[in-house]
Design a protein around this ligand. Structure first.
Ligand SMILES: [Mn+2]
Length: 408
């Protein structure tokens, strides 16, 4: 007998499907000698960090049903791998009433296949020049035996849910952001010219681990001087010279929710006049773009506005004559959705709605002056407009210089 679905999220997802559609999500496989990181869609729907598990949900003509398949415990492997989650634990944590073992998955799926029209799964990118995902590999037999079943990526149906964050999700994000902020403060209180970029990275990661978080949300960028003009510089292997601006683009991850913060600071403790000019220009644009945020605003409109504003600043800085040249010094998007993926689901054509979390990250990069400035905050869209979740991480020149001045 199928038990009722207790997660409102899963119920909402299944209800949004057409009748006879199914969702099959594969947890990330166990990683040998590596830190485990769960598949985001699997974690989002089940709340389970257990590897190798499979979620099956089906919208039938007489209601929804769902099953969870987990690994069987093996006492001989326990000394190596620790205890496996029991069926009772899985049931309690996920609220999924029907828990079975992985070796029962195929027969259960076979019994449903004749009535399934479509399967949504975490099959990922289906381009011909990339390897098959694990999910697609597991579903190949379905495609062979039941060619009438269409297999599609779950992103399509899960994105509308993941774009709107619950209070619980915002709490996880806030924790990741706060720890990232503390790590940035650690750097500001310690860093000095002559250090290597990776030393600053290590300070931040120490803070992440010390705080009980396990992962970076993405490869951290610590870029001094001209390296800051390489947008995704992540080698972090150069020595920081006196007079350099250092650009940090970093984020801790908590429960797979990733912060994404950029701050730029002068290693010597004070901004040179030119550095301050460029920094103030970026900060002014960043504040103006943040103030645009409210439900109903197009992400694309924020992008267009950023280009206009930065073009004006670049003209004032004497870097360009014509606003059409703006891409010479500013060439990336100003905003993306943030959540379990650093560049979270939601796309670039979205209209903002309450509960979205987005970044705001304008920048100016001037290789010939060996400097790059990016300032990035994480912003929640609210009924009234917005709330800057990273507002406690200083970004005013006076605040940053004050903190740097206090270095031992
Ligand atoms: Mn970002």
């Amino acid at each position: 007998m199928n038990q009722a679905i207790t997660s409102p999220l899963r119920e909402k997802l299944l209800n949004s499907l057409k009748e006879m559609d199914a969702v099959i999500l594969f947890a990330a496989l166990e990683a040998k000698l590596e830190k485990y990181k769960q598949d985001n869609n699997f974690l989002y729907l089940t709340g389970l960090n257990t590897p190798n598990a499979i979620y099956f949900g089906f919208k039938g003509s007489r209601g929804n049903s769902e099953f969870l398949f987990i690994q069987r415990g093996d006492p001989e492997r326990e000394v190596w791998e620790g205890k496996k989650m029991t069926a009772e634990e899985a049931k309690a944590q996920s609220g999924i009433g029907n828990v079975a073992y992985l070796d029962e998955f195929e027969s259960l799926l076979s019994s449903y296949c004749p009535s399934i029209n479509r399967i949504y799964s975490n099959i990922g990118n289906q381009t011909l020049n990339a390897p098959l995902s694990y999910a697609m590999f597991r579903l190949l037999p379905v495609r062979e035996r039941y060619p009438q079943i269409s297999i599609q990526c779950v992103t399509e149906v899960i994105t509308p849910l993941r774009k709107v964050k619950s209070d619980w999700e915002i709490m996880q994000l806030q924790r990741a952001i706060d720890v990232t902020g503390k790590g940035i403060m650690d750097i500001w209180e310690t860093a000095e010219a002559g250090m290597m970029e990776y030393e600053l990275e290590a300070m931040l990661f120490y803070r992440i681990q010390k705080s009980g978080l396990k992962h970076w949300g993405f490869a951290p960028i610590v870029a001094a001087g001209i390296n800051a003009a390489t947008l995704h510089y992540e080698k972090n292997e150069c020595q920081i010279s006196a007079g350099d601006l250092v650009l940090l683009d970093v984020g801790a991850s908590y429960m797979n929710y990733s912060a994404d913060i950029s701050r730029t600071f002068p290693i010597s403790g004070t901004f040179s006049q030119r550095q301050a000019q460029v920094y103030s220009a970026v900060l002014k644009v960043q504040k103006e773009i943040i103030s645009m945020i409210r439900p109903g605003v197009l992400l694309q409109h924020m992008q267009t506005k950023t280009r206009e504003l930065i073009a004006d600043e670049l003209i004032a800085l004497g870097l360009i004559q014509d606003s059409a040249e703006v891409t010479k010094y500013y060439m990336h998007g100003v905003s993306h959705f943030l959540g379990m993926d650093t560049h979270d689901v939601g796309g670039r054509d979205a209209v903002l709605e309450v509960g979205n979390v987005i970044t705001v990250e304008p920048g100016i990069y001037i290789p010939e002056e060996r400097l790059g400035v990016r300032i990035e905050d994480d912003v929640l869209v609210t009924q009234e407009g917005y709330c800057v979740l990273s507002q406690n991480i200083p970004k005013e020149i006076s605040e940053i210089e004050e903190i740097l001045k206090a270095r031992a």
